[in-house]
Ligand binder design. Structure first.
Ligand code: ATP
Ligand code: MG
Length: 573
């Protein structure tokens, strides 16, 4: 084939991820050899319905659509698919825009399907005039009955052969508000015997006496998704309308409308919806969690929403890495949430400062260290980034260590602190536990230890003595108390929707999905600004909450542990 129409540069943008082209990219590259797209650039759109907050599945669609525009130097619009007034609101519109921006994308144009209501109405009139649409008086139950089934053809509606004049009159009166909801619909006249149920005279408009978040009370007929979506794509000159697989069966209808109207005809392409283990991902179910106050809101750090992940401490980069890692599939699949967790681990391992924080403190007193003395130890901020330098850690005779770093009667091969045993305090000295002090109930309240002055980290004599364990600590005199929220998965089952009869996904909620503790932290993070991400050494990655932190008093959210503790638990049973 000659390349006369190959007049735009389709070589991918150099900054796009280096990986083999996915099937959508391959198709797009082929399409731009065809005359139809001569002179055009790739034009995509992200078309959310503003009926909830975006979730990680939407992030996949955003990265795909905006990513294609970037790769091929085309455009990507943000379009609110706001054709269902009763469920939509401006709060959702605002949150969606904030989420797309936070992911690092800027839309070429901002549109609302509701802006196209007048054009859609005109096109509906055009189809009526062409004998391709009619007003039907069947109610919902009757319509279902007439529709037939997968194995039985449907029956023509008794109203199918109304005259054009009668249809025009009734449709106008529908628009004027003369009829009650459910009494009339406008339907496309296609084929009641089609093997594809979507082509059995689908409804184009229904009557809804509802207030719309943008058009107010101007309309009382609202277009159905299939009627609005492709036409909106066409108006905007979208070349590739990418949607999820459940719309594959709607594609013939998408094509029918464009052909009958003889308007610019975008290509609909489907890819697999992304599902993730241990969570639910439909806006309806997420809304239920919010409305029943089972979470603190759409941005609860345990939610799979973009706003929840952001608040938890996920970075835009980690979500990009995740979306890129999972690729674009043609078949529905469920992604292991560990892949998402590994993405943020990888990103924060590279960029997050390390700090000392003791989540479950137990006091250590160094009996041979002068009580009035303090010194400063040198700690590396990020071993992955030497350029991030070092900081000073205060050290004194009173310290806190993690309760689980001491065992009174340990198994063999326990290399942390035990009676009579030695351990290294990271960046400081080797200490030995001499005495265990308990309260009246037998709880351990303090460990009396002695330090070995010759073992200070970095000193020449330090290497003469070796111990197997190194633990973290903070100096009690300079430590601050901070609230730390230890998050776990919101649901217990891999597939929370897999429930026996009579139960719902809510029965799978994890009753221990958050535990709040008061931790002791080193001075460098005692007043961390909201949104600060750090690694608490040996404990995981944490982010100071953007809502609940007060000036000088951060509240930390655990983003993720250092390793996948769930895989370990599963592996050991
Ligand atoms: P939900 O069922 O969660 O409410 P939706 O598909 O109704 O989602 P929309 O607001 O209509 O949500 O979606 C906007 C875009 O995001 C659509 O193109 C849709 O295909 C895509 N999308 C939604 N969920 C996912 C997902 N889990 N994986 C990939 N893309 C998705
Ligand atoms: Mg939807």
């Amino acid at each position: 084939m000659n390349n006369d129409n190959w007049n735009i540069d389709m070589t991918p943008d150099e900054s796009s991820p280096e990986r083999p082209a996915n099937f959508i990219e391959q198709e797009i590259e082929k399409d731009f050899h065809k005359p139809k797209l001569a002179g055009k650039s790739v034009a995509t759109r992200f078309p959310p319905e503003p009926n909830g907050y975006l979730h990680i599945g939407h992030a996949k669609s955003i990265c795909l659509n905006f990513g294609l525009a970037k790769k091929y130097r085309g455009t990507c619009n943000l379009r609110f698919d706001d054709t269902n007034p009763t469920k939509e609101s401006d709060e959702y519109v605002q949150s969606i825009m904030a989420d797309v921006k936070w992911l690092g994308f800027q839309w070429s144009n901002l549109h609302y399907a509701s802006d196209y209501f007048p054009q859609l109405y005109q096109w509906a009139v055009q189809l009526i005039k062409a004998g391709r649409a009619y007003v039907c008086d069947l109610n919902a139950d009757q319509m279902r009955e007439y529709r037939g089934t997968l194995t039985l053809p449907g029956k023509n509606s008794p109203f199918r052969d109304r005259t054009v004049a009668e249809n025009l009159d009734l449709f106008e009166r529908m628009k004027k508000g003369e009829f009650l909801e459910g009494t009339h619909t406008l339907r496309a006249k296609i084929d009641m015997a089609s093997a594809n149920l979507n082509l059995r005279d689908p409804v184009m408009y229904r009557i809804m006496h509802a207030h719309h978040h943008r058009t107010g009370d101007q309309w009382c007929i609202y277009p159905m998704y299939d009627w609005a979506h492709g036409q909106s794509d066409s108006i905007e000159g979208i070349t590739h309308s990418i949607c999820t697989l459940e719309f594959e069966n709607h594609r013939p209808l998408y094509d029918w409308y464009c052909q009958e109207l003889n308007i610019f005809h975008p290509r609909q392409m489907e890819f697999a919806r992304m599902n993730l283990t241990y969570t639910v991902m439909s806006k309806r179910k997420l809304l239920q969690l919010v409305e029943e106050k089972l979470v603190s809101g759409w941005d609860d750090p345990r939610m799979p929403t973009i706003s929840g992940l952001r608040r938890r401490g996920y970075t835009p980069e980690s979500l990009h890495m995740f979306c890129d890692n999972i690729g674009v599939a043609r078949f529905n699949s469920t992604i292991d949430v560990v892949i998402l967790e590994n993405a943020i681990r990888d990103h924060l391992n590279a960029v997050a400062p390390r700090v000392m924080a003791v989540l479950d403190p137990i006091k250590v007193v160094l009996t041979n260290y002068p009580a009035d003395n303090t010194e400063t130890m040198t700690a590396v901020n990020n071993p992955e980034r030497p350029e991030d330098g070092t900081r000073e850690l205060p050290f004194s005779n009173e310290l806190y260590i993690e309760r689980e770093d001491f065992m009174e009667t340990p198994p063999s091969k326990y290399f942390r602190l035990k009676p009579g045993g030695e351990v290294r305090l990271r960046y400081a000295y080797i200490i030995r536990c001499d005495e265990v002090i308990k309260d009246a109930q037998g709880n351990i309240v303090q460990l009396n230890c002695s330090y070995d002055p010759d073992t200070r980290s970095g000193s020449e004599s330090a290497s003469t003595k070796k111990v197997k364990g190194t633990i973290h600590w903070v100096s009690a005199k300079t430590a601050s108390d901070v609230q730390v929220r230890l998050y776990d998965r919101l649901f217990l089952g891999q597939d929370p929707e897999d429930v026996p009869a009579g139960k719902t996904f809510l029965d799978n909620l994890n009753p221990d999905s958050v535990k709040t503790v008061t931790a002791k932290v080193e001075p460098s993070v005692a007043a961390a600004a909201p949104g600060t991400r750090v690694q608490f050494e040996r404990n995981g990655y944490f982010c100071s909450d953007t809502k609940d932190s007060a000036p000088g008093a951060p509240v930390f959210n655990r983003i993720v542990t250092l390793r996948d503790t769930w895989a370990k638990i599963a592996g050991s049973t």
